[in-house]
Design a protein around this ligand. Structure first.
Ligand code: GAL
Length: 662
């Protein structure tokens, strides 16, 4: 990653700004209100293709010229969109074959956004055209400090199964394998008569009579992520050529995008930017928020990142769009800041008067400036002015957690031992245990250097390539503590089971073999007993574990694996590898994490409702404490007791006492 922060002197604050939804007189009011709210950066024109190029090759830039001039005069910087996520009606009308096709063969219509095939040449030409025009016209505009390419690649169309996509997939396979013999061998072509004699016989893995070859599905997932990344690269390269010096980003959806392997994307953007929306039904949405922020930061190797979108209150696309409670937006915002964001933007500045998202919250709601939301927005803008010292600070992690898109894809293909296997559920469970224990998590790729972390948690790594397996093994033998969840180390990159007993890739380091998986029925629950006599429970998943050097820490007290080890620890070289073979309840999960912290020398903290994150810069450390609970909390931070009222946030400055940060 180039990590090339936009020219801004403050914490970035603002949102998506869609002036083309409003008559011009409103724009001046917008800019005045932006200043009142402390806005210094807006994303403009993200979906404005039809306003900018109303007919193919005919451009209308006058309105954008005027908007950028107004913003610039007011000292508000611009993150300029390439509008390629919303091809105009003329495009789909002229190029009906560019419409995306679903796995079931349904050709999707227009009338919306994001309706295009990533492998379409017509789309490539049209997207190149408008991007080059924008780059030429605004590449040196003094207001433009960042480029916002497209929008949330992969949402909602991540895979296209049209003929053009199938042809591009074949070309990608040829480049990957060179010869069909290798492909047939990797894909297990002997199974169900799947041997290919000609490249042209390979199709996109459309819905078929029954389960489609999982290796084909996995390669198609890789190809599809790469096809979208190529769309990004194409626009980025135009911008870099015609608008040198202005950083380029595209907004990620960190833990919410299954289809884009962001480990591969992260190195391609100049600045990591991320969108985060709470699932409003969950009362502990702040856990997912923290996870998303930690993943965004980790993708950028710890560099400051930009929160490109979140919401001031309710969204408009969930079954029940529950409004944020007073103070919640501030807590959300400061949590992102604490976890390494140097900018906080919203979708969107002013609520739209029409269209699909008019009921979505905004910085300036439909009710205008006499609303609670507006007051909270202006208060936050003022508060951020006083927190500018955090900019550039690096978050200090306590532990690492392995995150891997390929393994996620492989795990959730059909015909697994249980439908209850769910990648995000496992990561969330371990992440929640870490959060509630006051531990800050960095996410890491399984093949990355883990040596700086005393403890590495592997929630679930069903697909573990040989490089990942040896990396994890080397980490432990060099003194690290590894805590591995069940159904990890089972298959290679082509979904082929490692020979010998499970879990082939990790057997040696874990000092166990798994003889049999024993998934449970929905309502079944088993009891667990710790070696020290304490009790716990598990549901959904258990296993027959054989010790091969490891020692039991917890045993199954009943259920199909009764008497056998449920949790084990294994000294391996200078470190230890723990294995958890069951889906333990949350209290037991936290206890297991705490037990594994001991050999790692990690001290779990403090208060289950208080988020504590440290960010350091130039030898100075800022500690953010956020009380998500309903009662006043007291914790020790920075060597002193700190009181945090319910729902409040305290930022301890390096020299400061425990006083509330104004
Ligand atoms: C995002 C999208 C925005 C807006 C927002 C609403 O996923 O990037 O354009 O639709 O959701 O929550």
């Amino acid at each position: 990653m180039h990590s090339h922060w936009p020219r801004l002197d403050e914490i970035a604050y603002g949102g998506d700004y869609n002036p083309d939804h409003w008559p011009e007189p409103v724009w001046e009011q917008d800019v005045a209100l932006m200043r009142e709210a402390g806005v210094n950066l807006v994303s403009v024109g993200v979906f404005s293709w039809a306003s900018l190029e109303p007919r193919p090759g005919e451009y209308e830039f006058g309105w954008l010229d005027r908007v950028l001039a107004l913003l610039h005069e007011a000292g508000i910087a611009v993150d300029l969109g390439t509008p390629t996520a919303a091809p105009p009606p003329w495009f789909l009308h002229q190029h009906p074959r560019a419409r995306p096709v679903t796995r079931d063969g349904q050709v999707l219509g227009g009338g919306s956004r994001q309706s295009y095939c990533p492998s379409s040449d017509d789309y490539a030409r049209a997207a190149t055209g408008i991007t080059a025009q924008l780059a030429q016209r605004y590449g040196r505009h003094p207001a433009v400090v960042l480029w916002h390419v497209n929008n949330e690649y992969g949402a909602p169309i991540a895979e296209c199964y049209c003929d053009a996509s199938a042809a591009a997939f074949r070309a990608w396979l040829r480049a990957r394998y060179g010869d069909l013999g290798t492909l047939n061998e990797r894909w297990g072509g002997a199974f169900w008569s799947q041997r290919y004699g000609d490249w042209d016989e390979i199709d996109a893995p459309r819905t078929s009579a029954t389960v489609v070859n999982p290796a084909l599905r996995l390669d198609f997932a890789r190809f599809s992520s790469e096809a979208l990344l190529d769309c990004f690269r194409r626009e980025r390269d135009i911008l870099r050529r015609l608008a040198p010096g202005v950083p380029v980003t595209t907004n990620f959806m960190a833990n919410n995008s299954k289809s884009t392997d962001y480990w591969r994307w992260a190195g391609e953007v100049d600045v990591i930017s991320n969108d985060n929306y709470l699932i409003a039904e969950r009362t502990d949405g702040y856990l997912d928020l923290a996870m998303s922020a930690d993943l965004a930061r980790s993708l950028g190797g710890g560099a400051p990142w930009l929160l490109m979108e979140h919401s001031t209150s309710a969204v408009s696309w969930q079954p029940r769009n529950i409004a944020k409670r007073p103070g919640e937006m501030r807590r959300n915002s400061l949590a992102h800041l604490a976890r390494g964001a140097d900018g906080l933007l919203f979708f969107q500045w002013r609520a739209s008067p029409f269209g699909a998202e008019k009921h979505h919250s905004a910085m300036l709601p439909q009710g205008g400036t006499s609303t609670r939301i507006w007051h909270e927005v202006t208060a936050l803008g003022a508060e951020l002015g006083g927190l500018a010292d955090l900019r550039g600070g690096r978050v200090e992690p306590d532990i690492a957690m392995i995150w891997d898109w390929e393994s996620w894809w492989a795990l959730e293909l059909e015909w697994r031992p249980s439908v209850d296997l769910d990648y995000l559920e496992r990561v969330r469970a371990w992440y929640a245990a870490a959060w509630r224990s006051g531990l800050t998590v960095d996410f890491a790729h399984p093949e990355s250097d883990l040596s700086r972390y005393p403890l590495v948690v592997v929630p679930q790594l069903y697909l573990t390539g040989p490089a990942a397996a040896s990396n994890l093994g080397n980490y432990v033998s060099a003194g690290g503590t590894l805590l591995t969840g069940y159904f990890s180390g089972i298959v290679d990159a082509w979904d082929r089971v490692y020979p010998g007993a499970y879990p082939g890739a990790l057997r040696e380091v874990l000092g166990i073999t798994v003889e049999e998986w024993l998934p449970l029925r929905p309502a079944e629950r088993v009891r667990l007993t710790w070696e020290d006599g304490a009790d716990g429970t598990a549901d959904s998943w258990t296993e027959v574990v054989q010790l091969a050097g490891a020692k039991p820490v917890v045993r199954y007290a009943d259920g199909p694996a009764a008497g056998g080890p449920a949790v084990t620890r294994h000294g391996f070289g200078a470190g230890e590898a723990w294995y958890v073979s069951a889906r333990a309840d949350p209290v037991t999960t936290a206890r297991i994490l705490a037990a594994a912290c001991e050999p790692a020398g990690v001290t779990p903290g403090q208060h289950p409702d208080v988020e504590i994150v440290r960010r350091a810069r130039d030898g100075e450390r800022f500690i953010t404490l956020i009380n998500h609970g309903e009662n006043t909390a007291q914790v020790m931070a920075g060597g002193q007791p700190v009181t945090i009222p319910a729902g409040d946030v305290v930022v301890l400055r390096p020299t400061a006492s425990a006083e509330r940060d104004a």
